[in-house]
Ligand binder design. Structure first.
Ligand SMILES: O=C(O)CCC(=O)C(=O)O
Length: 241
C-alpha cells in the first residue's frame, strides 16, 4: 500500500527538476473530448497573498471546472460508494494529516470509469510519463479537513491530479520557506486540479475545514467530499532516498 504512505515522509523540495511551461489547455492528447475542455482563467480560482505567488500558482496549479459531467460524477461515486460503506471514518490519521476521512486505492474500474480516468491522465501528464496505476480515493466527511503537508517525494513524482466529487472546497497552498506567501484555490464540485512542479514541491497543501472555507469573501459550503487522485511515479533518485 505504498501510495497511502505518500504523506508519511513529507519534505519540501526547494529545487525542482524540469520546469517547462505546460500547456494551459487540457490537451496533451488530441481526442475530441479533451480538446473541448476550456482553459480556466487563474483569477477565477486563485486568491493569492501577492503577485509573485499568484504567478507561480497560475503556472503550476491548474483547475478545470466542470471536467466531469453530472453523469460521470455519479458513475464514479456509484463505484466508490460500496467500498467506502465498508469502512469507518477515522479521526486520528496515523501521520496526523487528516481529520474525518476514509481512504482506499483502486486499480481496476468499470469500463465507463476507466475511460474517465484515462481522460484525467491524458490531460494531466505529458505523454510517456510513468504513472502509478493505482488511483487514491479519499472520502472526507463534511466536518473533515486535511492539514498542511507536502506529499512525500519518495512515493510520487511531480504531478498530482485530483477529481473533486460531491462538494466544493478551498485548498490552501502555503510556501514552505515563507509562510506569509500562500494561495487559496477554489475547487468546485466536478473540477479537475493538476498540482505540479513548484506548487507540488515548494508549497504545502491542505483542505480547509468548514468554518474557514471562504474564497474571495464568499463562503464555500462544505459537504462530504470525495477526491480521486492520480499520481506519477517518483523520480528515480527520490525513490532511492
Ligand atoms: O483531497 C485532495 O484533493 C487532496 C488529498 C491530499 O492532500 C493527499 O492525499 O495528500
Amino acid at each position: 500500500m505504498a501510495l497511502l504512505m505518500i504523506r508519511s515522509v513529507s519534505r519540501a523540495v526547494t529545487q525542482n527538476s524540469v520546469r517547462n511551461s505546460w500547456l494551459r489547455s487540457c490537451g496533451y492528447a488530441k481526442t475530441s473530448a479533451i480538446s473541448q475542455i476550456q482553459t480556466q482563467d487563474p483569477e477565477s480560482y486563485i486568491e493569492a497573498s501577492d503577485n509573485e505567488t499568484f504567478k507561480i500558482l497560475a503556472n503550476d496549479m491548474l483547475v478545470y471546472d466542470n471536467f466531469l459531467t453530472k453523469e460521470e460524477e455519479k458513475s464514479l461515486v456509484t463505484e466508490i460508494e460500496p467500498v467506502m460503506k465498508r469502512m469507518r471514518y477515522e479521526y486520528e490519521h496515523w501521520d496526523d494529516a487528516i481529520h474525518g476521512y476514509r481512504e482506499t486505492e483502486r486499480k481496476k474500474w468499470n469500463d465507463e470509469n476507466q475511460l474517465i480516468l484515462k481522460r484525467v491522465r491524458e490531460c494531466s501528464f505529458p505523454v510517456g510519463t510513468p504513472q502509478i496505476d493505482f488511483t487514491h480515493i479519499l472520502d472526507l466527511k463534511k466536518d473533515g479537513y486535511i492539514k498542511p503537508h507536502v506529499d512525500a517525494v519518495r512515493f510520487c513524482g511531480r504531478v498530482i491530479a485530483g477529481l473533486c466529487l460531491l462538494s466544493p472546497c478551498v485548498m490552501r497552498l502555503v510556501m514552505v520557506d515563507d509562510k506569509t506567501r500562500y494561495g487559496d484555490i477554489l475547487l468546485n464540485q466536478r473540477a479537475l486540479y493538476v498540482m505540479k512542479d513548484r506548487a507540488r514541491y515548494e508549497f504545502s497543501h491542505e483542505v480547509l475545514e468548514e468554518s474557514m472555507s471562504i474564497f474571495k469573501g464568499n463562503v464555500v459550503p462544505r459537504d462530504r467530499r470525495i477526491s480521486v487522485m492520480c499520481r506519477n511515479e517518483p523520480d528515480k533518485e527520490d525513490k532511492e532516498t
